[in-house]
Ligand binder design. Structure first.
Ligand code: UD1
Ligand code: UDP
Length: 367
């Protein structure tokens, strides 16, 4: 039996690793151990419960308003003990969080092959997104296999000198998770005014903390005040740098609903009900095009250029004028709206996890 440790730290990692974990658990040749660093606590648990995944090891690392260096140091110490005890044949982790970067490093020190899920995303700008570009460059440099979601992420890795044989284009497992979920009967669980168009908002990027995030809030307030026929639903990220400002600047506006982070299924329900999505989330940029929903991205750069090139996602930055003008255009101009609401997805076919499992099986048994 081959032992595979699958690591999850934050909400999006759990969503994108869930299909991989579930697919591996169906394989007779492997024992899967789920390691939750719990870099996120509540938001991670929500997802794991939804997918019926129980961690075998839980580091419970999250502290309120955690700093990056302290988080990294604490993770490395804890991972040392776990890898020593578990002695896995392979470790898998997804994305570009501090959890993933430290897991990749700990695997190198313990001489355990590390498979990077969602490999090869790049903006080539260490400050945007911060610290994710640094995290994924480091994880990518240390990985044994790169499960790249798209051809363009494969090209990024080749440009960095990664051997062709180590890159496997799989599609993004976010689409596997979405297809597993979106076909179900989904309840949002929040009373909305059905006469109003829904604008769904999420925002949490560290490079937007401070004035850029205040600009985003000002723009949302202007849109809500100018358009009484819309309702803005904003599940607020619990990071205190986001939460406190969002409530201070958007509280008390009668067509803005601020709520706690939604569980995954209700969030998919909210995306499906929405007219327009305004977000700086990576995962939302991948999911919304598959659901035919236009996204205005609150970032200057994206490592997910495919949907931008297709014209179904648009970068507006944390810029007051661009957010207000572009959102207003999509609210007022049906032709501009339809051009962005085409329901095409460049990110996968729902078989990403299957391709990752197939590759690992071949590695163990065909060599
Ligand atoms: C992290 C990732 C980011 C990812 C995002 C997904 C890093 C450096 N950042 O950002 O790449 O896009 O998750 O959401 O890896 N908190 C809670 N409850 C939770 C989760 C977070 O209260 O369930 C609060 C805590 O005060 C915590 C803070 O949010 O200290 C920040 O969490 P952290 O994981 O460091 O950063 P995020 O901003 O969540
Ligand atoms: N999501 C969720 N509830 C919410 C907001 C987002 O379940 O209230 C899901 C969303 O469907 C997507 C993922 O969380 O799959 C994105 O996570 P986040 O934006 O926190 O991180 P990022 O993708 O930017 O790393």
């Amino acid at each position: 039996m081959k032992k595979i440790v699958c690591v999850v730290g934050t909400r999006p990692e759990a969503i994108k690793m869930a299909p991989v974990i579930l697919a591996l658990k169906d394989e007779p040749w492997t024992v899967v151990r789920v390691l939750a660093t719990a870099q996120h606590r509540h938001m991670l648990d929500q997802v794991l419960i939804f997918f019926g995944i129980e961690p075998d090891i839980d580091l419970n690392i999250m502290r309120p308003n955690q700093a990056l260096t302290t988080l990294t140091a604490r993770l490395l110490l804890e991972l040392d003990d776990v890898l020593q005890a578990e002695k896995p044949d392979v470790v898998l982790a997804q994305g570009d969080t501090t959890t993933v970067m430290t897991v990749a490093l700990a695997c190198v020190y313990h001489r355990i092959p590390f498979g990077h899920v969602e490999a090869g995303l790049r903006t080539w700008d260490m400050q945007n997104p911060f610290p994710e570009e640094a995290n994924r460059v480091i994880a990518g440099r240390l990985a044994r296999w790169h499960f790249a979601p798209t051809e363009s992420s494969r090209q990024n890795l080749l440009r960095e000198g990664v051997a062709e044989s180590e890159i496997i284009v799989t599609g993004n497992t976010v689409i596997d998770a979405l297809l597993m979920t979106a076909s179900k009967e989904l309840e949002l669980g929040i009373q909305l005014d059905s006469a109003k168009r829904l604008v769904l908002v999420t925002s949490h990027r560290r490079e937007n903390f401070g004035e850029p995030f205040r600009n985003i809030c000002r723009a949302l307030r202007t849109l809500a005040e100018r358009n009484t026929d819309i309702q803005i639903l904003y599940p607020v990220h619990p990071n205190p740098n986001v939460k406190d400002v969002a409530h201070e600047m958007l509280g008390g506006c009668n067509n803005i609903i601020l709520c706690e982070p939604l569980d995954y299924a209700p969030f998919i329900a909210a995306m499906k009900k929405s007219y327009l999505i305004i977000s700086d989330s990576g995962g939302v940029q991948e999911e919304a095009p598959a659901l035919g929903k236009p996204v205005l991205v609150l970032r200057e750069e994206t490592e997910r250029p495919e949907a931008v090139e297709m014209g179904v996602v648009k970068l507006v930055g944390p810029n007051y004028d661009r957010i207000v003008n572009e959102a207003q255009r999509l609210l007022d101009d049906p032709v501009a709206y339809q051009a962005m609401a085409r329901g095409i997805s460049p990110y996968g076919d729902g078989k990403g996890a299957q391709r990752i499992v197939k590759h690992l099986k071949e590695y163990f048994f065909d060599n």
